[in-house]
Design a protein around this ligand. Structure first.
Ligand code: ADP
Length: 620
């Protein structure tokens, strides 16, 4: 077959252009990326050989070999892993494979000068072009006869040739090093890079020595070593390798469980949230090993969904080695492991929250919204999860726990008050907060979409019911005010505005469920609330957005009897003005209340017309 020339996908070409021209101080990571790929390839072959032992027959000792040729100025990284056929080559080394790549490109275009970010995104195989003017990949896929050669200088094109049939199984990557990359021909330099980044690789990484192969890594599974033999750097490198991540872990948990079921886990909580945390395809990212053999990184049963940000590995000797990925579903051993891991992770989070509250808040900022999903998914862990949850508050800029909120509750207050909404900005200015603020009663401010759902399921904390302040039942009357002034204010009877209530009832008809006087407002004339037993206003909006609710909900209009507008309306009515002459006012006030809820007006044209009529009368 003749040579075929192919174009890189546009994004790859752009990426290569950036990588090749980057003045990047941490170039050496290209070796980590290539060794990591080689190790993955060995993992994949070992897994397949569990059911098809012939695949390993020709060469059963999985290994990664570095070779330098000082004359030709080449460095090769060879593995006898799974290898690639022609289709694999095109899909993997010509098209974007890694989600991080797109992310990198997006961020990069924002600030064209800063290339130092490359390292954060891990551009994988393509990072070889940081040090090479040409890269050649010779590869034969396990179980197949034909071999292939991929070559590129990273300038927009690559070629694929058929190779000879005596090429060994696996992949050999040959880097034709750039003039200024001679350091990567030095054995000592290579040995120290492998030691730094790839010591944890399970397969031997070797280099040809004077007489015999020289080993560059420990080649034992990191998690099988004792904690005291593992340095922090090694833990971190292992995290980056398994999580495909480039930050440092926020929390590292390494444990062996003995007893009925034995397993070792090395788990990490990242310090940064991945960009796809809330995308539906985001899966449990912990890798499953059985007796140190990699089985899968797609085992959804290993952890509950609300811990999907946890990374790392679990290795058990109580699962059969030849377990198929299908059999992993509904497996009693896995169920026990999952429950054990969940308890351990939540326990460690609790410890962090107690011992290092400030650092815990950074964790909460990154992953709190995910943890909250557990509040309605995991009945068993509900109390623990409630204890871990932190909230914004109407009376402080600090996040607070429920226990702390309860300890600050006012005399006579017997509920945990909250309000949900789209953004902190919006709910901080909500009219519903006015009365609570003036009485100094703290309200929890919640802005995650999951909040309405778990609140709907969890009735109370520590015997105190959760009450939305957008409901009528969240009554302020019971709560004592702090200052004498407030007390006087309370004693002063509010004007009797029964006539105004009638006016609203008449004017708004069945647009509303009821009209009543409220204590909760100080600055606003009116607001809308949900009746007890009705769907909360914010929840109704979410449900409508997801097409799970069609009809509009009738709300209760609450009226502030001390507001000048309401008092003026009362005076007009008392003075004999007819209800029909005041109709525009009720419509406009009702429209305002809708707007303040962040809802859109059902008839904006009509609202504007009435508002303009009032303004025109005022100017005249
Ligand atoms: P990543 O390894 O993060 O997926 P890379 O760009 O480094 O991203 O590699 C892209 C893909 O190319 C890999 O997912 C793998 O399928 C394939 N690949 C790379 N190196 C090898 C190798 N040595 N053996 C087999 N496949 C490989």
């Amino acid at each position: 077959m003749t040579q075929e020339k192919m174009q890189f996908q546009t994004e790859v070409a752009r990426l290569l252009d950036i990588v090749a021209n980057a003045l990047y101080s941490n170039q050496e990571i290209f070796l980590r990326e290539l060794v990591s790929n080689a190790s993955d390839a060995c993992d994949k072959l070992r897994y397949l050989s569990l059911t098809d032992s012939d695949l390993l027959k020709d060469d059963s000792e999985l290994k990664i070999r570095l070779t330098v040729d000082k004359e030709a100025k080449t460095l090769t990284i060879a593995d006898n892993g799974i290898g690639m056929n022609r289709d694999d080559l095109i899909a993997n080394l010509g098209t974007i494979a890694k989600s991080g790549t797109l992310d990198f490109l997006k961020n990069f275009s924002k600030d064209k000068k800063d290339v130092s970010q490359i390292g954060q995104f891990g551009v994988g195989f393509y990072s070889s072009f940081m040090v090479s003017e040409k890269v050649t990949v010779n590869t034969r896929r396990a179980g197949e006869d034909r071999s292939w050669t991929w070559t590129s200088d990273g300038q927009g094109e690559y070629t694929i040739d058929e190779g000879s049939s005596d090429v060994a199984r696996g992949t050999t990557v040959t880097l034709h090093l750039k003039e200024d990359a001679g350091e990567y021909l030095e054995e000592n330099r290579l040995s120290s890079i492998v030691g730094r980044y790839s010591d944890h690789i399970q397969f031997p990484v070797v280099m040809k020595g004077e007489e015999e192969d020289q080993s560059l890594n420990s080649a034992s599974a990191l998690w099988t070593r004792s904690k005291s033999d593992i340095s922090e750097e090694q833990y971190e490198e292992f995290y980056r390798h398994t999580a495909n991540a480039f930050d440092s872990p926020w929390l590292t948990m390494h444990n062996t469980t003995e007893g009925v079921i034995e397993y070792t886990s090395l788990l990490y909580v990242p310090s940064q949230a991945p960009f796809d945390l809330f995308q539906p395809e985001r899966k449990i990212g912990v890798q499953l090993f059985v007796q140190r053999v990699f089985i899968t990184d797609e085992c959804q049963e290993l952890l509950p969904g609300y811990l999907r940000f946890v990374r790392g590995i679990v290795d058990s000797s109580d699962l059969p080695l030849n377990i198929s990925r299908e059999l992993l579903q509904d497996n009693p051993v896995l169920r026990k492991i999952r429950s054990g891991l969940t308890k351990r992770i939540l326990g460690e989070l609790k410890k962090k929250a107690e011992k290092d509250a400030e650092s815990y808040l950074s964790f909460w900022a990154a992953f709190g919204a995910v943890i909250k999903e557990g509040l309605y998914e995991d009945f068993e862990q509900r109390d623990t999860l409630l204890g871990l949850t932190r909230f914004n508050s109407s009376t402080s800029d600090q996040l607070t726990s429920l226990a702390d909120y309860v300890s600050r509750m006012k005399e006579g207050q017997n509920a945990v008050f909250y309000i949900t909404g789209e953004s902190l900005e919006a709910i901080k200015n909500s009219p519903h907060l006015e009365g609570f603020r003036s009485k100094g009663v703290e309200v929890l401010l919640m802005t995650d979409p999951v909040d309405d759902f778990w609140l709907g399921q969890i009735g109370e904390f520590d015997g105190k019911p959760f009450k939305s302040i957008t409901r009528v039942a969240a009554d302020l009357d019971e709560i004592k005010s702090e200052t004498e002034d407030d007390k006087k204010e309370e004693k002063k009877d509010a004007p009797n505005v029964a006539a105004v209530l009638e006016l609203f009832k008449l004017g708004l008809g069945d647009k509303i469920k009821d009209v009543r006087v409220t204590q909760r407002l100080t600055d606003s004339p009116v607001c809308l609330v949900a009746d007890d037993g009705d769907i909360d206003i914010h929840l109704a909006r979410i449900l409508k957005q997801h097409k799970q609710l069609n009809e509009s909900q009738q709300r209760i209009l609450e009226v502030n009897p001390n507001h000048p507008i309401i008092i003026q309306l009362k005076n007009k009515l008392d003075g004999g003005t007819s209800a029909s002459d005041l109709e525009d006012y009720t419509e406009v006030l009702y429209g305002q209340a809708i707007i303040q809820e962040g809802e859109s007006l059902p008839d904006p044209a009509n609202f504007t017309k009435k508002l303009n009529k009032i303004l025109a009368a005022k100017i005249a």
